[in-house]
Design a protein around this ligand. Structure first.
Ligand code: ATP
Length: 146
């Protein structure tokens, strides 16, 4: 029986990842799922945050926002608006994005302008920071950014 399958993550700009993996665990809009080799086909939108995949028994993490997962028996294809591996995340940029989003949320509480957009930006920034910071701490690289 097949023990591995291909995980591919694609954004409008680039191929972020193409790897042979043992499993993929992510949170879809209907809840968390784990795709294994020969998984039944399904399609789902993903929540914003990091998800994990296993290579040689070890979990690895990747940040995804605006993503869809197309699961087939031999491949999981993630199409996303943005995706980064932990080492690609610019922590300072994420911190600034969080500060901007927090400032907007404070103002917008009064002015009622695009609250949902600021909240989504805050969610992206916090998930990126969590994944990047987790990857920097020895022995704690495997902290999901959700
Ligand atoms: P920002 O306000 O800093 O642009 P954002 O959450 O609005 O943050 P996105 O729209 O999610 O940014 O992403 C736009 C592009 O920038 C994508 O290619 C994404 O991979 C990249 N990107 C965004 N934030 C970071 C980050 N902190 N580190 C590395 N790449 C990032």
């Amino acid at each position: 029986m097949a023990r591995t399958f291909t995980l591919e993550i694609v954004t409008p700009d680039r191929l972020v990842l193409s790897k042979t993996v043992e499993s993929v665990t992510a949170v879809g809009v209907a809840g968390e799922f784990t795709a294994l080799p020969l998984h039944v086909p399904f399609l789902t939108a993903l929540t914003v945050g990091s998800f994990s995949y296993r290579v040689a028994g070890k979990p690895e993490y990747v940040f995804v926002s605006g993503g869809f997962a197309d699961v087939t028996p031999t491949k999981v294809l993630i199409l996303a608006e943005a995706a980064e591996l932990p080492e690609e995340i610019d922590l300072d940029r994420a911190r600034k994005a969080r500060e901007r989003a927090e400032a907007r949320l404070v103002t917008e509480r009064r002015e009622a302008v695009d609250f949902a957009r600021a909240k989504a930006a805050l969610q992206r920034a916090m998930a990126r920071m969590k994944l990047r910071q987790g990857a920097q701490l020895p022995g704690s690289a495997h902290i999901p950014a959700r």
